[in-house]
Design a binder for this molecule. Sequence first.
Ligand code: GLU
Length: 305
Amino acid sequence: MKNYQELIEDIYLDLKKVDDIGKVANYIPELALVDPNNFGASITTINNENFGVGDFSKKFSIQSVTKILSLTLAYKLEGEKLWERVDVEPSGKPFNSLLQLEADFGKPRNPFINAGAIVVCDVLFSHLKNPKKDFLNFCKEISNNDTLNYNKKIADSEKSAGFRNIALCNFIKSFGNIKNSVGEVLDFYFHICSLEMTCKELSEIFLYLTEDHFITKKGNTVITESQTKRINAIMLTCGFYDESGEFAFRVGLPGKSGVGGGIIAIHPNKYCIAVWSPKLNKKGNSYKGMLFLERFTSKTTSSIF
Ligand code: GLU
């Protein structure tokens, strides 16, 4: 078998020729300005070897990929009580749907749809003294990367057009499942979605999900073995909106996408891979990103199944 570097270069060059039928997300005005031709991928192994191709060292807005990080911190702080506030079932609905919340009395189906991620932000808001700063510090510690930051322009842009999220948060609050101020929780949510990373940084920060006992450079445990298993399980079943089944079917790894066009996927005990291509398919997942990962796990015959 070719090595990872050769493999990702082959896949990249092949996919460069493929016509991209996706569309860049434009419901957040600032995201619509991104060059749609950006395309890159990076893989980091558990031994910290890194391989990259294309635009793998350009920063972009990770959007919903951040929901893994917020879930991790909330689970760490709140423990099993977290599941009283948010469920762990695939929703089978678009990421920003309001539909199920009424029937489910304001308890979101999972932490990766917007409703669930907003509740997770509320949980964090109750625990953290300075939520935006503390969340960022958590991300910096687990990645050993001090350069991470929010993109205020993108956060403000989403705030100015985030009508569905504003509706979701108010609706959940009416059921008592948001404890803090709607405005403050949403401001926090928009900021964590605006976090910027490169593919390389993404493939490094999520290494903690590839191992049972990941220890940060500062010597701290991130989460327990059981929590690692559970977060991977939720990624596999709920990480791609109402296309989670399709991603598991085609790629066979736990992962998470974002409307910025980024996707990360975890191969337990092997690697974390990140890919970025801003044009999204109809379900909101990166069109070429999914193709890239499908080819990668096929060529390496390495999936969790
Ligand atoms: N900030 C985005 C929103 O709430 C995230 C969506 C996503 O990446 O799935 O709409």
